[in-house]
Design a binder for this molecule. Structure first.
Ligand code: HEM
Length: 202
């Protein structure tokens, strides 16, 4: 069922390029999520802006990821079935590295769907699933490094290096400086404007 279009260089470049963009957006999503969870905000970067960037980066990551897998499958340059996109380690083509990508995709879809249904879920369930996003990112990095044709190219190593440094720095900041009382007790006026009567102490 794969390879319904004849392979073309343009489609194959699109398949790989969209994978790289997905990884960059997933990295931005994870860094944004760490920043949001620390309730970081400044006058220039209010909390709702940081949260919106995090949300929009994740939705955009899903769009590029869809482009990545659809172009990979329909291009047919490598033998990958639709089933291999969601069922890990079942592919005939490089099952281990492709499987990591499939697990990352499944986790990302679970995180995005539960976030869209957040109002209908308990906070505990939503949070438990949301933690999966942290597992999704290293799996996606390993997938790209393991299977990508460009994984030895200097520009690809730069993209991977920047992604790893960004998430490591955000995690270090979250577990260190941002875990102190000052980070979580910033004035909420930065996060959202208060009603006028509350400002007057009513
Ligand atoms: C969160 C999930 C995923 C991310 C972030 C991601 C990202 C990437 C990246 C960065 C590359 C390297 C591209 C290059 O070297 O030019 C890549 C390659 C690849 N990905 Fe994914 N991917 C994901 C999931 C999947 C899934 C589910 C499939 C199944 C169809 C898949 C199939 C492939 C294939 C076949 C390649 C090798 C392309 C080549 O030879 O360069 N990926 N992916």
């Amino acid at each position: 069922m794969s390879g319904i279009l004849a392979t073309t260089p343009a489609l194959w470049y699109l398949a790989r390029g969209s994978g790289v963009v997905s990884l960059a957006l997933l990295t931005a999503t994870v860094v944004g999520g760490i920043t949001t969870s620390a309730r970081w905000a400044t006058a220039r970067w209010p909390r709702f802006v940081v949260a919106a960037l995090h949300r929009n980066a994740s939705l955009l990551a899903v769009v590029f990821l869809a482009l990545h897998v659809v172009t990979i499958v329909i291009d047919g340059y490598v033998p990958i079935r639709w089933l291999d996109v969601v069922v890990p380690f079942a592919s005939a083509y490089r099952p281990a590295w492709l499987g990591l990508g499939a697990v990352a995709l499944d986790l990302l879809v679970a995180v995005v769907v539960t976030s869209l249904l957040r109002g209908r879920l308990s906070r505990r369930v939503w949070r438990a699933v949301h933690w999966l996003a942290y597992a999704c990112w290293p799996l996606a990095v390993a997938h790209g490094l393991g299977i990508g044709s460009d994984n030895r190219q200097p520009w690809m190593l730069l993209v991977d290096g920047l992604a790893i440094v960004s998430v490591a720095a955000a995690a270090w900041w979250r577990l260190g400086p941002a875990s102190g009382p000052r980070a979580t007790s910033r004035p909420s006026a930065i996060a959202a404007p208060r009603p006028a009567n509350r400002r007057r102490g009513m």
